[in-house]
Design a binder for this molecule. Structure first.
Ligand SMILES: [Zn+2]
Length: 239
């Protein structure tokens, strides 16, 4: 099946500022004025990142720089996580939703908070073939550069393999889903398909509701990337 991607924030441009739209448009064209690009154009004397010394490409600043952008990256991740956790809690009325974020920790999930702390855990009980079935849905969110979706998926699947096996002794069914929202707000069709299947919802929430969630997540990713970009520029000014 082909992997089709979408940029849901494009449906929200009327609620965005001109600067946000300009940044997002340039980012989607891989045309932001990164230090690496400015150097290539002969406008600066160096293409290195002032925070870590590595080559400062767009992707480096938006997602890969190991230094000084961690708080911006965490803020971006958690703002998207809040969108998803709130949405699940609103639409999955028969489920218990835990998320590793303020307001969603509360009582620990049945298996407890483990060292690995998956971003979201959703426990639900279904009637299946006359018997009640306890299910757990483990969700991990990443905000990778669009070129690194596949690597993020592999990394997260491997990281939680042992935990999922452990959970299987306590639940009738355990499912793991990796949700990748790109730093430019791109979302893969595979992600949409997996979440749609995991929800087991019918009606508007499954269609229009989920589309709205992706718009919120995509816009949160873009706005978080703007914060990360400005933090990098702040570094330049300070130096
Ligand atoms: Zn750096």
């Amino acid at each position: 099946m082909p992997i089709v991607s979408a940029v849901p924030w494009l449906k929200r441009v009327e609620s965005m500022t001109a600067n946000e739209v300009a940044f997002g448009t340039a980012a989607l064209q891989y045309n932001l004025a990164s230090p690496a690009k400015l150097y290539l154009w002969g406008m600066t004397a160096s293409d290195t990142c002032v925070s870590c010394g590595l080559r400062a490409t767009e992707s480096h600043i938006l997602s890969n720089c190991p230094a000084r952008l961690n708080s911006a990256k965490k803020g971006r991740h958690d703002s998207i996580l809040m969108c998803i956790a709130s949405w699940l809690r609103k639409h999955l009325r028969d489920a218990t939703v835990w998320a590793d974020i303020e307001d969603f920790r509360g009582a620990p999930p049945p298996a407890g908070w483990t060292k690995q702390r998956p971003d979201i855990q959703v426990a639900r009980t279904f009637r299946k073939g006359g018997a009640m079935t306890n299910t757990l849905w483990v969700i991990e969110l990443t905000v990778p550069s669009e070129a690194n979706f596949a690597a993020a998926e592999l990394r997260k699947s491997a990281k939680y393999e042992a935990l999922i096996t452990e959970y299987r002794s306590a639940y009738d069914s355990v499912k793991f889903t990796h949700i990748g929202i790109g730093t430019r707000g791109v979302i893969l069709q595979d992600t949409d398909d997996e979440v749609r299947a995991g929800m087991r919802l019918c009606g508007a929430a499954r269609t229009v509701g989920l589309a709205k969630l992706w718009e919120e997540c995509s816009l949160a990713a873009l706005r978080g990337s703007i914060v990360a970009w400005c933090a990098a520029r702040q570094d330049v000014v300070e130096v």
